[in-house]
Write a protein that binds this ligand. Structure first.
Ligand code: GLU
Ligand code: MG
Length: 439
């Protein structure tokens, strides 16, 4: 490390899932903890292509504070940069300290506290990330192979070292199925921390790649023909005593009553919430049948085409299956803000819990081989096939829109409309290229 002034970034994650913020010298970071650093409303209308959407509800006036959460500080000196990586996630507040209704991290905090207040449950989650290394001129090896990872050994080891030092508890890094594709997982954590970790993981991986002259792209499709990069959100529940309550040996595919009702709520609102978990035009090139992503409102037992995959339990050596039992939401990618994505899952699940919805059918088999009527009988509805379609579904679901303030919805819908407009006339591969460059 050099003797340059160390800087601490106080950050927020916007509707384009871009980590933005302001830096202060690490020495004076403590001074920001009571009243934060300056921020402004219009920043929330920034598209991933760096233009402010117009019209937007904000214009050029208004000010906010970005208040760091000292419990969400992530540091590592192992990214190969001149100074340490030092990121603190923050919440956007008004100048009098009251919460700002459009702060995505606060939206998740509120969803989690409503879940807790109304059901006693907490969510434990982990975001599993896939990405591709672009510009790394290293010989190709078989996908998912030993050599496939060894060829990127310095990179892979550095990612694991940095994630460990930053406190993310990394678990596994692999060479994935796609060309130059990798996947990294970290241990589950409680709600907000899980989403904070998703932000940090992306920034650390990107920084390490950048320092090697490469780009790590988390775009859902780096080209139309490439394998998709998913963000799979694993979740499970703990009761007020911290006991895992997702599993019931006698329940359908091991789902407890609370897990079943939660899943039913998610499936019910899935078409309307897809825009919040798969938020770009290119997201919908990934959400197609036979891509191992997800294309239907489908609860499946260990099936990687299901939107909600009931994950396997391991009982080797007498291990308690209930402890690790979890469900994986697969219709997400890195163009979605992780706080909003998890908030949508929590809010939809809470609707299911409030209504004590019965377990949806656990479907096995390829929905594409069923007739429209057979799919309808099994509750299998096609997910929106475009961002425009997803936004229409969002607008049509009064339950989903009720989770947000009017001004938040106006900002989100306006931003996404502007983002779509800015891609007008481009073919699908050129659209993938635009997103590949910025995610
Ligand atoms: N790459 C797939 C996706 O787009 C996921 C493959 C897997 O199951 O890990 O979600
Ligand atoms: Mg994978």
């Amino acid at each position: 490390m050099s003797d340059l002034t160390a800087l601490t970034g106080v950050v927020t994650t916007d509707l384009a899932a871009v980590t933005r913020g302001r830096f202060v010298s690490s020495e004076s970071f403590e001074k920001t903890v009571t009243s934060g650093v300056g921020w402004l409303q219009a920043n929330l209308s920034l598209t991933p292509f760096n233009l402010i959407a117009h019209p937007n509800p904000w214009g050029s006036s208004g000010d906010l504070r970005l208040l760091p959460d000292p419990d969400a500080r992530y540091r590592t000196s192992n990214t190969g940069s001149d100074t340490a990586f030092d990121l603190v996630a923050g919440n956007l507040i008004e100048l009098d300290g009251s919460p700002w209704s459009c702060c995505t991290r606060t939206i998740l905090v509120n969803a989690l506290s409503d879940l807790k207040a109304q059901t006693g449950l907490s969510i434990v989650a982990a975001f599993e990330h896939e990405f591709q290394l672009l510009g790394a001129d290293i010989p190709k090896e078989h996908v998912m192979s030993f050599a496939g990872l060894r060829r990127a050994d310095g990179f892979a080891s550095q990612v694991m070292t940095a994630l460990q030092e930053a406190g993310l508890n990394p678990e596994v890094i692999i060479s994935e199925y796609g060309e130059d594709q990798f996947e990294v997982t970290n241990a589950p954590a409680t709600g907000v921390t899980a989403a904070d970790r998703a932000v940090v993981l992306r920034e650390i991986v990107r920084e390490i790649a950048r320092n090697r002259g490469w780009k790590a792209s988390f775009a859902p499709k780096t080209s139309l023909s490439s394998v998709g990069n998913g963000v799979h959100i694993h979740f499970s529940f703990a009761d007020s005593d911290g006991k895992a309550v997702t599993y019931d040996a006698g329940g359908p595919s091991g789902l407890s009553n609370v897990a079943a009702s939660f899943c039913a709520g998610v499936l019910r609102h899935l078409p309307a919430m897809t825009a919040l978990t798969a938020s770009s035009v290119s997201s919908y090139y990934r959400l197609k049948p036979h891509n191992w992503s997800s294309a239907y409102t489908w609860l499946g037992d260990k099936d990687r085409e299901a939107t909600l995959r009931i994950c396997p339990t391991v009982t080797i050596g007498g291990r308690d299956p209930g402890k690790s039992f979890n469900i994986e939401y697969r219709a997400a990618d890195a163009t979605a803000n992780p706080y909003l994505a998890l908030a949508a899952i929590v809010r939809a699940g809470l609707e299911g819990l409030k209504e004590k919805l019965p377990c949806p059918p656990v479907h096995a088999g390829d929905p594409e081989e069923l007739s429209e009527q057979q799919r309808a009988e099994r509750g299998l509805r096609r997910l929106p096939e475009s961002l425009a379609g997803a936004l229409d579904e969002l607008k049509k679901d009064p339950v989903v829109t009720s989770w947000f303030s009017d001004v938040f919805l106006e900002t989100f819908l306006g931003l996404k409309a502007f983002e779509m407009q800015s891609l007008d006339g481009l073919d699908e591969d050129s659209i993938c290229a635009r997103y590949r460059a910025v995610y």
